[in-house]
Design a binder for this molecule. Structure first.
Ligand SMILES: [Zn+2]
Length: 340
């Protein structure tokens, strides 16, 4: 099969890779209908995260089940399924509490490489959710978004305790931030302030339910949020970047008693204890337990209540994955869908 490999920073190649096979009785093999490049794939691509190349890439996937291991009960060949970036048993105490991305048996899918034609999914019963029917082609980008960016934006909104009547600020205008806006709208936020300085992303944020756009960043951005909230700060802030600046901007833009939901993968973030102490802000986040939300998100997508697939503004054949990485790295694309 064909699959993307990262050899070194900036060097992505699509090449022949061995077809995945059932290794454990709880595995499933899926034939990917679509996959994509993640903002978090850019960390190793840019050399900010160590690359031990050549490494298989990709952790977002939807597709048709080809084969299942002897112990798989809940999915069967021919079904269209959505999974997420950590395989989980969905039965341990941590999973049952809703934190499947910290499952005691979790397996990272990134190391298996979903930017490919086929993928082995461990713990298939706990990981994969089948759609009610084979979805129409135009629903596939939305279902692929549910695999990570929508599920992550949704978790950020839930972690930030977004509720009807609240004011929400969203730091980060990548796919996760934009879908955090969508999630905040669905969860009933009264006012949603998107922080973005890119016209195309502002437009999508407004389409997804943002009521205000703030173009300033850092301390100036915090001042603008305070101006818009009677000097208090937002009730809920979604942090979807993962840098020191974005994290501090999020904490400082939150009112005392408010909540930050942080889902940007943290890189060199160090929180000042005294400032945190006096902020009276709740912090919750981490790798999103997307599996918790998948059944609900799949329903919203197939009923066409939400259209998260709009974050994909560039579609390329899998063989052109390298161009997909470049387009996202240079911010020419919000998110790139790859067709295997
Ligand atoms: Zn578990």
């Amino acid at each position: 099969m064909r699959g993307a490999m990262l050899y070194a920073p900036g060097d992505v190649r699509v090449q022949e890779r061995e077809d995945p096979r059932i290794a454990e009785p709880t595995d499933a093999i899926i034939r990917l209908s679509a996959t994509c490049v993640c903002g978090s794939d850019l960390w190793p691509y840019r050399g900010i995260e160590q690359v031990d190349g050549p490494a298989p890439m990709g952790h977002e996937y939807v597709g048709i089940v080809e084969e299942v291991g002897a112990d798989v009960r809940t999915v069967r060949p021919g079904q269209f399924v959505v999974g997420s970036f950590f395989a989980s048993d969905n039965t341990c105490e941590i999973c049952r509490a809703g934190y499947q991305s910290s499952c005691v048996h979790r397996v990272g899918v990134g190391g298996l490489g979903a930017q490919a034609q086929y993928l082995r999914v461990p713990l298939a019963d706990g990981t994969l959710v089948a759609t009610p029917d084979l979805p129409a082609d135009d629903l596939i980008p939305g279902l692929l978004a549910a695999s990570d960016v929508l599920g992550t934006g949704w978790f950020a909104a839930v972690a930030a305790q977004v509720e009807p009547g609240k004011t929400v600020a969203v730091v980060g205008d990548g796919a996760v931030g934009l879908l955090g806006v969508l999630a905040a709208r669905q969860l009933g936020a009264e006012r949603i302030i998107a922080m973005s300085r890119h016209a195309d992303r502002q437009k999508l944020a407004l389409a997804y339910g943002a009521t205000d756009i703030v173009t300033e960043r850092g301390d100036e951005g915090v001042t603008r949020i305070k101006d818009l909230t009677g000097g208090l700060g937002a009730h809920s802030v979604i942090e979807a970047v993962g840098t020191q600046e974005s994290m501090m901007q999020s904490i400082r833009a939150t009112r005392p008693g408010g909540h930050v939901g942080y889902v940007g993968v943290a890189h060199d973030v160090a929180l000042p204890g005294a400032e945190l102490f006096f902020s009276h802000v709740h912090l919750h986040g981490g790798p999103a337990p997307v599996r918790r939300f998948l059944p609900e998100l799949i329903d919203l997508i197939v009923e066409r209540t939400i259209d998260p697939g709009q974050v994909f503004d560039l579609t390329l054949p899998l063989d052109q994955a390298a161009e997909g990485y470049r387009a996202m790295d240079e911010r020419r694309a919000i998110k790139v869908l790859l067709q295997p």
